[in-house]
Design a protein. Structure first.
Length: 512
């Protein structure tokens, strides 16, 4: 039976063995709006300033090649997500699709991977927004001491909680409010990134660049990277910088043409992001080179925020716009990232995998009310606890994000392969989009999950902290996954009907 024949339930009800609507506001987002929210969630300005330096330190001028290699599994997985969405548009995405393909236990863990990753990154985005908020104040008032206020722990925590609360409030008001805010914030950061790239290339052309470096075809050759270890480290970083495009799928019940628009938006988002990344990366390398001194992109002192160092020399008196762009990027991503965990929690509550309270919809805004607030509370609690205990624990947990991203993306991609197994060889389209692309993408990401887990056992990985000889990144990453297992076992006792397959039964797509 086609899953499309089992999706006609009324809002707020669960069909036996099938999918049903949650009561979200249908038709509130179109293709352009979905792409804007997808780009916002990835946060290109913030991501680039944080990732360019560390990636250059691993692979040097082959940064463009690594960005392209990291793009490939993301595109392959996005194609698999598109096929799953075409067959079963459901706000639960990874949770729902993995449950339908592999059963409730793997489905629950797929949902947990998404929720855990997004909750952790929410706290990080809020923290980054706070850092750049005080940096912006320091630049506006020409008072460096204002920038240091972010180091005052009570003030830092209080400001971070305010940012989380504001983002939660906007998300609570539904997709139309979210979309309006995102058009402004995303448009501004893309304008500034374009300005930076054009200005950098102009400096190169005028002979005023710091270390003018001619773009070479060798930069795009991944096989020219010196070692596999450096290659793997670079790919791991590049996978992280593309993460977030799947937000376009989690709002599938709120988009126009829900079977087609979210999948198209995911593919377009990934393509738009790779163009942005390649343009800015080439501009940065051409202007600054990869040297380890001065403004060089390989200078360890520049790796915390490459744009904070280069914006002044490249953009002159307009450098403050870059600080504003990174602030708007992290703030925009903070707000749009709420979409994914809230709708996954909503679906898990709706399908009885979590307490029914999580399935509550706001009668005024048709948004996940309790799930949105719960996401904000979890992100706030995580930040307060980790930031108070140890700054290393906070940043090492963020480093461990790569494991969780590869974990739930890999599960979902392979769910596509398994769900459509009866169609895999029924034509070129089915073979490539429902079998080969998601299979390759899923295998690559699960291999990266194992590799990252193994590497992170080294105490020198991440901040260099360790417990009992094991790296803190490994302990935190695996600890979060094991926490999911514990919560799943608790839910299996409290909500047995889901885990018996009485709500979402396993199945496969039998029809073309």
């Amino acid at each position: 039976m086609s899953i499309k024949h089992a999706t006609s339930g009324t809002a707020g009800t669960v069909q036996q063995h099938g999918l049903s609507e949650k009561g979200l506001k249908a038709g509130s987002v179109g293709l352009i709006g979905a792409v804007v929210i997808g780009v916002s969630c990835i946060a290109p300005a913030y991501t680039l300033t944080a990732a360019l330096g560390p990636t250059v330190s691993e692979v040097g001028v082959h940064l463009p090649a690594i960005f392209l290699v990291g793009f490939i599994p993301m595109l392959l997985v996005a194609l698999g997500y598109r096929e799953l969405n075409n067959a079963m548009p459901d706000a639960g995405t990874s949770f729902t699709w993995a449950s339908r393909a592999f059963g409730p236990w793997i489905g629950w863990m797929g949902g947990w991977g998404l929720i855990a990753a997004t909750i952790i990154v929410l706290s990080n985005l809020a923290a980054v927004a706070v850092d750049f908020f005080y940096l912006m104040l320091a630049q506006i008032f020409n008072n460096p001491e204002l920038g240091d206020l972010t180091k005052v722990l009570p003030l830092n925590i209080a400001t971070t909680l305010v940012f989380i609360a504001l983002a939660c409030w906007i998300s609570y008001r539904g997709m139309e409010t979210t979309k309006t805010v995102q058009y402004v914030l995303v448009g501004f950061q893309l304008l500034v990134l374009g300005w930076f790239a054009i200005a950098a290339f102009s400096h190169v052309a005028n002979g005023t660049a710091f270390d003018a470096t001619a773009i070479s075809p060798d930069w795009f050759n991944p096989f020219a990277v010196e070692s596999f270890s450096a290659f793997a480290a670079g790919v791991s970083l590049s996978i992280f910088i593309y993460w977030g495009w799947d937000v376009t799928l989690t709002m599938n019940e709120e988009t126009r043409n829900p079977e087609k628009t979210p999948g198209r938006a995911a593919t377009v988002t990934v393509l738009v992001i790779v163009i942005i990344y390649m343009t800015v990366a080439l501009a940065t390398l051409a202007f600054a080179g990869v040297g380890e001194e001065g403004l060089g992109a390989g200078n360890p002192e520049n790796q915390g925020s490459i744009f904070a160092v280069l914006a002044g020399p490249v953009m002159g008196p307009f450098a403050i716009l870059m600080s504003l762009a990174i602030l708007s990027s992290s703030a925009a991503s903070l707000q749009s990232t709420f979409v994914s965990p809230a709708r996954t929690l909503l679906s898990m509550g709706h399908y009885r995998a979590l307490p029914a309270k999580f399935g509550t919809i706001s009668p005024s805004y048709k948004s996940p009310s309790f799930a949105t607030i719960a996401s904000a509370a979890a992100a706030a609690g995580f930040y307060v606890i980790t930031r108070t205990l140890s700054e290393n624990a906070l940043w090492d947990t963020i480093t461990a994000l790569g494991m969780m991203i590869c974990f739930y993306y890999g599960i979902t991609a392979l769910a596509c392969v398994w769900f459509f197994r009866a169609q895999a060889f029924r034509g070129a389209h089915s073979f490539f989009f429902k079998f080969l692309a998601p299979l390759l993408g899923g295998v690559i990401l699960l291999v990266m999950f194992v590799k990252t887990a193994y590497d992170s056992m080294d105490p020198e990985y991440g901040s260099g902290s360790s417990i009992g000889g094991l790296g803190l990144v490994f302990i935190l990453g695996m600890g979060v996954i094991l926490l999911g297992v514990v919560l799943m076992l608790v839910m299996a006792k409290l909500r047995p009907e889901f885990f018996r397959g009485q709500v979402l039964s396993r199945g496969r797509q039998l029809e073309n």
